[in-house]
Design a protein around this ligand. Structure first.
Ligand code: FAD
Length: 271
């Protein structure tokens, strides 16, 4: 188990940065699991004209937020959180091969997509993996497929090619279907079918139901109350992942509320 924190924030968009700043102002030990800057919604926005006090391109705004995050005293964990597990009185968060412990967790994931490929859920852990570094060695000398186009996906393809007999890379989105018996045996990509032993799916985000078991959602996003508490005590959520409106001011405000609520939760528990 790696380092223990008071609060671990997943996502470094405006909601996650807002939460990190407020948690640090309250003197908490904070870590932020941060994906690439390019994966944030803000980074893609041409010009922001509805955020009070600022008028910037999305990219400039995202870079300013990143700078603030870098300087606020939170630890930055580069990568994708793969799962959040309850450890009783605290939570364990897996990022690649590492595992971090925290008293409370704030999800600031951006818009979450639940549409899984047919077979993805059924074969998760039986040939379907979200992490080549974690599971690649299980398929040494085997034929595998990787779906994804991010820098992480490209790096994973390179790594898998060192250890697997063959790696099929599918960078473009298309219809995929995973099938097999006890384990993955086939991947259908469009009209073509391939015999494979494993399918690595490297998306920017993990479906919420796979990230934290038991987290309730409604049609908008992760279900939260006015304190940004989710259905799991100790897990809070903020920003686009809680639903519309998908706007910066709402995401920043929710990040702040989630942070204050998480601090109160930690203080009450006396962690
Ligand atoms: C093109 C465009 C233009 C826009 N223009 C405007 C505008 O003019 N005004 C306005 O108010 N709003 C605008 N928006 C919306 C605004 O950008 C979003 O509402 C806001 O940025 C959401 O912030 P967030 O922190 O909730 O999510 P995001 O910015 O999406 O950040 C979430 C981060 O979490 C990461 N993440 C997800 N899962 C994981 C995981 N498992 N582990 C680690 N990291 C993870 C994501 O990769 C991402 O980096 C625009 C959006 C777009 C796409």
């Amino acid at each position: 188990m790696a380092e223990a924190y008071d609060i671990l924030i997943i996502g470094s968009g405006i909601a996650g940065v807002s939460a990190a700043l407020s948690c640090r102002n309250r003197g908490k030990r904070v870590a932020v699991v941060a994906n690439s800057l390019e994966s944030q919604s803000l980074y893609k926005a041409e010009k922001i004209t509805n955020y009070p006090g600022l008028e910037l391109t999305g990219r400039d705004f995202a870079e300013k937020l990143q700078e603030q995050l870098d300087n606020c005293g939170a630890d930055i964990i580069k990568g994708r959180a793969l799962s959040v597990l309850s450890l009783g009185d605290s939570f364990g968060v897996a990022v690649g091969n590492d595992f971090y412990e925290a008293g409370a967790v704030i999800l600031a994931l951006g818009i979450t997509r639940e549409n899984l490929y047919p077979g993805e859920s059924e074969f998760l852990g039986r040939g379907v993996s979200y992490c080549a570094t974690c599971d690649g060695m299980l398929y040494k000398g085997k034929k595998v497929a990787l779906i994804g186009s991010s820098a992480e996906a490209v790096e994973d393809v390179r790594f898998l090619r060192e250890i697997c007999s063959e790696v099929l890379h599918f960078p473009k989105p298309q219809r995929f279907e995973i099938s097999g018996g006890m384990k993955v045996e086939r991947l259908k990509a469009g009209q073509e079918e391939y015999a494979v032993d494993a399918v690595f799916i490297i998306k920017d985000s993990i479906s919420v139901s796979k990230l934290a078991d038991g987290l309730e959602k409604d049609k908008n996003g992760i279900l939260v109350d006015r304190s940004m508490a989710t259905s799991i005590p100790g897990i809070f959520a903020a920003g686009d992942c809680t639903g519309k409106p998908y706007q910066l001011a709402k995401a920043a405000g929710e990040g702040n509320i989630a942070a204050l609520s998480a601090c109160e939760y930690i203080d009450k528990k006396g962690v």
